[in-house]
Write a protein that binds this ligand. Structure first.
Ligand code: SAM
Length: 314
């Protein structure tokens, strides 16, 4: 049985377009305060590799970007990042990377087991893209408990405007269902102002999230990445300039908070990259409750250029 949504489609579309923004933010903040509480949760982000076999059209580390300077952290370097995260007081390690062909499941399994045995009271979150259900199970059994895999867009046709035909919308969705079934705290999400995105696409994304009820939702602005097919793209409808993109991202965060009340929602690095003066307090007032700090080595931070000008979250 599905319960009725708190918002009709037309109410969501009006909020997305900026009607009653203050009312929306107030509702979202109240929902956060009464549900999870307004204490911000901190995570240590470790960017383990920028090699990727995929060719997402928007992403600076896509395989086809031959100008990208590639790196891959070894196990000792990753353990050094975990140590830095622990010293900074972060209770969760988020290991993110491209879909690196050199990362065999055995290697990843061993890495997760080692981190888990050295830091049994810390939570291991992975964000390493699409894998088989068996591989997800092996990583769960090794000690990973959360997995972030943005759905990117819930509209099939839009998915193929953002990804090559060699990638699969159905597989992305299947991966998300598998992760949830295995028992991971599962994260979905999408970029705001991505190429060709419309308000109706965002409405479909919000309905997908409402129905799927992920444990985490990552929502951040699309930012141009050099040497990609969308390096000069502007979504003139949704995000004609940085300020519009930031406001829309905050409104989407607020709507996600209300439709998926128990989700942990980060104020993303992309949001802080685009909005140099935006504060965590403003993001909390819109319903966000998580902040990620990049604990990768400086050289890796510089090379993990998924979009231009990436901030390290500070
Ligand atoms: N490979 C993993 C995956 O596919 O989930 C994790 C790495 S991927 C680079 C992490 C996220 O970066 C993607 O889900 C995407 O939404 C975001 N991203 C990539 N390019 C971006 C861009 N140009 N602007 C904003 N976000 C971007």
């Amino acid at each position: 049985m599905t319960t009725a949504s708190m918002f009709s489609d037309s109410e969501i579309l009006e909020y997305l377009q900026g009607s009653n923004e203050k009312e929306l933010f107030d509702k979202a903040y109240r929902c956060l305060a009464e549900g999870l509480g307004t204490t911000v949760l901190y995570r240590g982000l470790i960017e383990i590799s920028n090699y990727c076999r995929n060719n997402c059209l928007y992403c600076g580390i896509r395989a086809g970007n031959t100008s990208a300077s590639r790196y891959r952290l070894d196990k000792e370097e990753i353990l050094g990042c975990c140590k830095r995260a622990v010293e900074s007081g972060y209770g969760t390690f988020v290991l993110q990377g491209g879909e690196d062909n050199k990362h065999s499941i055995e290697w990843l399994e061993n890495l997760v087991k080692t981190i888990h045995s050295e830091y049994p009271n810390h939570t291991i979150t992975l964000s390493l893209g699409e894998k088989s259900k068996d591989d997800y199970i092996r990583l769960y059994e090794a000690g990973a408990r959360r997995y972030l895999l943005r759905h990117e867009t819930a509209t099939r046709q839009h998915y193929y405007q953002l990804h090559p035909d060699s990638m699969s919308f159905e597989n992305r969705m299947e991966c998300l269902r598998n992760l949830k079934e295995i028992g991971y705290e599962t994260g979905a999400g999408m970029m705001i102002g991505s190429p060709y995105q419309t308000y109706n696409h965002l409405l479909s994304d919000l309905r997908f999230l409402e129905n799927f009820q992920p444990d985490m939702v990552g929502v951040g602005p699309f930012i141009n990445a050099d040497n990609t097919p969308f390096s000069d793209y502007t979504n003139t409808l949704l995000a004609p300039d940085d300020e519009a993109s930031i406001r829309l991202t905050l409104r989407v965060i607020a709507l996600v908070r209300l439709l998926v009340p128990k989700a942990n929602i980060p104020a993303t690095t992309a949001l802080f990259t685009l909005g140099k003066s935006i504060t965590m307090d403003e993001c909390v007032k819109a319903g966000a409750n998580v902040r990620m700090f990049n604990v990768s080595p400086e050289d890796a931070k510089e090379k993990y250029n998924i979009y231009n000008g990436k901030s390290d979250g500070k």
